[in-house]
Design a protein around this ligand. Structure first.
Ligand SMILES: NC(=O)c1ccc[n+]([C@@H]2O[C@H](COP(=O)([O-])OP(=O)(O)OC[C@H]3O[C@@H](n4cnc5c(N)ncnc54)[C@H](OP(=O)(O)O)[C@@H]3O)[C@@H](O)[C@H]2O)c1
Length: 354
């Protein structure tokens, strides 16, 4: 992959700026106790080390010195579209998109000017230098199997779970593979574009590719990090709870609020302020101190009344209530808010024991 701005002055200036930003990020992450390994700024990295073979006749895109690589995105779903728009607005050339869906393809093209649109991923490879696979996790390995890169090209996926090794079948000599996972809930295009600013982006790849991807993350306002080996599944599981898990909890709250007579709008109006207070408390005081509710008081009778009501009026919410209440008891016990007998009473109530 030919690199973006190769000129020494530009490389030095960008490296200095990134070094300052990375230092700030590293400090912020350290203060938060997050054990990530923020990507080293690419100040010592020479862009464009990877040259195309001189006899390389295939007509895929070649960016010149000082230019950013031409990127192609496979999948015009939530992530593919948002990345395409974000990169294009940041001045990174998005040369092509591949989507099997006519409407999604056209929408992508209308929002990313100058981009070619293909039905098949394999056709896109000829037009770009960096291929981004923004397709469901299960589709990444078979899709990689069906693609063949040319020397000088790189491929990444946006999965938070998979490693870069699943892309190996698409690789040839002189190619690179990696990962680019934004920690963003891509539910809506405009909101996702806003959320990319300041979002953590986990990147993976050899040093050269990682430096390119860090620059790409910077360009769209993200904060690139590299995860410690073997931690990706845990990182992703926590992310899934932070996004989909919270949404599922809100849905549980909505269902129970239905017993009160509230519709979804009413439930959100009443309970979201409480959710926000809790988030603010956790941020300001820490998670343990933010816990309130019957578990902190040893109110086993309250828990029994809740379980009985939910069992008859909203039974599908019972497992969620029980699992979270058990976790609350653990937190309360850990912060020594409960006498051992109160903890025992709560545990018996949750187990349905007399
Ligand atoms: N959603 C999030 O919040 C989020 C956040 C971070 C990372 N991610 C990751 O980003 C990736 C994409 O997620 P997403 O939410 O954007 O998914 P999505 O909205 O469902 O979009 C997936 C895209 O992949 C295409 N696709 C599906 N099956 C395919 C196949 N067999 N061959 C070729 N293309 C296929 C889809 O169809 P068409 O070809 O019909 O367009 C669609 O354009 C996943 O790895 C996910 O884990 C998601």
């Amino acid at each position: 992959m030919r690199a973006w701005d190769d000129s020494e002055a530009a490389v030095r200036k960008a490296a200095e700026r990134r070094a300052e930003e990375h230092e700030e990020r590293r400090k912020a992450l350290d203060e938060q106790g997050i054990e990530l390994d923020p990507v080293t700024p690419s100040g010592t990295h020479r862009h464009g080390d990877l040259e195309h073979a001189s006899d390389h006749a295939h007509p895929h895109a070649h960016s010149g010195p000082g230019e950013r690589p031409v990127t192609g995105i496979v999948g015009a779903g939530s992530v593919g579209l948002a990345l395409g728009v974000a990169l294009s607005r940041a001045g990174w050339p998005v040369g092509a998109v591949a989507s099997r869906d006519d409407a999604r393809r056209e929408r992508f093209r209308s929002l990313v000017p100058g981009c070619r649109a293909f039905h098949e991923a394999a056709a896109l490879v000829d037009d770009v230098e960096l291929v981004i696979l923004a397709v469901p996790d299960d589709v990444v390995p078979p899709l990689a199997q069906s693609l063949r890169l040319y020397a000088g090209q790189a491929i990444v996926h946006t999965s938070g779970l998979l490693g870069a090794e699943v892309l190996r079948p698409s690789m040839a000599a002189g190619t690179q593979a990696g990962g680019f996972h934004p920690l963003v809930a891509f539910a809506d295009l405009d909101r996702a574009l806003a959320a990319l600013k300041g979002a953590t982006i986990a990147i993976e790849g050899d040093d050269e590719l990682a430096a390119h991807l860090a620059d790409m993350a910077d360009a769209i306002g993200g904060s690139p990090v590299r995860l410690a080996p073997g931690t990706k599944a845990a990182y992703h599981a926590a992310a899934v709870l932070a996004a989909g898990g919270v949404t599922s909890l809100l849905d549980t709250i909505r269902e129970i609020a239905g017993v009160v007579g509230l519709d979804e709008e009413g439930a959100l109006r009443i309970y979201l302020p409480l959710v926000r207070q809790t988030l603010a408390n956790a941020e300001a005081l820490g998670i343990m101190a933010a816990l309130t509710g019957p578990a902190t008081r040893g109110d086993a009778g309250t828990v029994r009344t809740h379980l009985a009501m939910l069992g008859s009026r909203a039974p599908s919410t019972l497992p969620v209530y029980r699992a979270l209440a058990e976790r609350s008891v653990e937190i309360a016990a850990a912060r020594r808010a409960l006498a051992p007998e109160a903890e025992e009473r709560l545990r018996r109530a949750l187990a349905g024991d007399p």
